[in-house]
Design a protein around this ligand. Structure first.
Ligand code: 5GP
Length: 203
């Protein structure tokens, strides 16, 4: 059975914990490929070029955009972020499920371009919890934190444009729910219609 891998788009405001949920999902469950994005922002301590992101200059990033090398891209808090097209398409063609962890503007571009994408939005359990997590993260200065809080509210206003909502009350619950979505999406007629045809062809 030759079927294309899923394209799962995961968004959620900064501080909702989607990075942790995703990391846990990738550790616990096999067969998912997390796309490595390109960005013009500076690496944070511990981030590795080619693993966390491809850290690019602005000129190089925009050159890739001009050459049609990005599946989507967006400017977020004064930096560009984008999904390199080739690796995503190659993995999906091999039947491997691909996850994009991207912000809302880019996610909406994917929704337009790839109608079969599975759109998932991670919500914090409350505003108070989101604020707490943003401050606790402590990797940015106060001004950046408050800018990210405003951005988080703006992003959550788009949550209903997605297909699924995962509430990150505990990482464990969120991982199970996210995995449940992936499993269900692998069983849709869109995914398995070809299998039905193959079986019927044996008649
Ligand atoms: P951070 O700077 O905290 O790593 O990421 C900031 C935001 O950029 C997050 O919401 C993250 O999901 C988003 N992001 C990361 N990679 C991409 C990408 O390739 N495209 C888009 N549109 N957003 C991305």
């Amino acid at each position: 059975m030759n079927k294309k891998g899923l394209l799962v788009v995961l968004s959620g405001p900064s501080g909702c914990g989607k990075g942790t949920v995703l990391k846990e999902l990738l550790t616990k469950k096999e067969g998912l490929f997390l796309s490595v994005s390109a960005t013009t922002r500076r690496p944070r301590p511990g981030e590795i070029d080619g693993q966390s992101y491809y850290f690019l200059s602005r000129d190089r990033f925009l050159e890739l955009v001009d050459n049609g090398g990005m599946l989507e891209y967006a400017c977020y808090c004064d930096n560009y972020y984008g999904t390199p097209k080739d690796s995503v398409e190659a993995k999906r063609a091999q039947g491997i499920d691909v996850i994009l962890e991207i912000e809302v503007q880019g996610a909406m571009q994917i929704k337009q371009k790839c109608p079969d994408a599975v759109m998932v939005f991670v919500m914090p359990p409350s505003m108070a919890e989101l604020a707490r997590r943003l401050v606790d993260r402590n990797t940015e200065d106060e001004e950046t934190v408050s800018r990210r809080m405003a951005k988080a509210v703006e992003e959550m206003r788009h949550a209903k444009e997605y297909d699924y909502i995962v509430v990150n009350d505990t990482v464990e619950n969120a991982v199970e729910n996210l995995w449940g979505i992936v499993l269900a999406e692998k069983l849709t007629v869109r995914q398995l219609g070809g299998f039905v045809d193959e079986v019927l062809a044996q008649v």
